[in-house]
Ligand binder design. Structure first.
Ligand code: ARG
Length: 261
């Protein structure tokens, strides 16, 4: 009996050691779920991501699909709060965050960024009859500014006047950029600071609004990835490079933002 017990213990030990060894030496999967590329976005940001029926389309959705195809992965897009994308990438809930997301030094502490695939400009939207004519008059007056929570527009505006913002007290945060624009249209805020391309489509969709000529800040957009997954970062960057060189990415951008003329 004792002998049998010893044998069982011995076999158990060998099995556990074997398993431990296997898990150390087995190569980690490239993505969170084998065979899939899970992208987190916030799909109220045309022309980068928005709903057409129940499908998420736009520049980011199409570029991500092209990258996933190159990597032999199936793209799955999850629509989440913009504010939760980076944390979800850090905790390996998503493989990539792609949401017209600006590369900033602060975000770089938390995640890796791919090479950039587009440029964004922070713009100021006001009502057509507004006394706000440029960034200086916005900063000087006692105006309330609407922003999308956690975006660079929020970060810039919430900083102190010395740093080019209006300060926390004058910033009103919304979950979606369009909600900030609706608040502007109904007089709840005096201006909205948001990326220029979504700004254009929000202004088109709401009467009585205009974008000020003076852009506020120029930014680079990129995908963000978990800091530990440099293998996926390399593969994504190679795919982005190839897709730029073969004209795929320029064509996607041109489709959604036709160049004038
Ligand atoms: N470019 C800005 C940022 O990175 C705004 C992005 C908002 N994106 C979105 N899909 N809602 O902070």
């Amino acid at each position: 009996m004792k002998n049998l017990l010893n044998k069982i213990i011995a076999v158990g030990l060998i099995l556990t050691m074997g398993l431990a060894f296997a898990s150390c030496s087995s190569k980690k999967d490239l993505t969170v779920q084998k065979g899939k590329l899970i992208m987190a976005t916030n799909a109220y940001f045309p022309p980068y991501e928005y709903y057409e029926g129940d499908k998420i389309v736009g520049i980011d959705a199409e570029i991500a699909k092209a990258v996933a195809d190159k990597l032999g992965l199936e793209l799955e897009i999850q629509d989440v709060e913009f504010d939760s994308i980076i944390a979800g990438v850090q905790s390996n809930k998503y493989d990539i965050g792609m949401a017209g997301m600006t590369v900033t030094d602060e975000r770089k502490q938390a995640v890796n960024f791919s090479s950039t695939y587009a440029t964004g400009i922070q713009s100021i939207i006001v009502t057509e009859d507004s006394a706000i004519t440029d960034i200086d008059s916005l900063l000087e007056g006692d105006y309330k500014v609407g922003v999308q929570q956690g975006t660079t527009g929020d970060i810039y505006m919430s900083s102190s006047t010395e740093d080019g913002g209006v300060g926390e007290e004058r910033v009103v945060r919304f979950n979606k950029g369009n909600d900030a624009v609706l608040a502007l249209a109904s007089g709840k805020v005096d201006a909205v600071v948001i990326d220029n391309e979504p700004a254009k489509s929000f202004v088109e969709a709401n009467e009585g609004l205009k974008i000020l000529e003076t852009p506020y800040a120029v930014e680079d957009y990129a995908m963000c990835l978990n800091k530990d997954n440099t293998e996926l970062l390399d593969q994504v960057n190679t795919a982005l490079k190839e897709l730029t060189e073969d004209g795929t990415i320029p064509a996607i951008i041109e489709k959604y933002i036709p160049s004038e003329g």
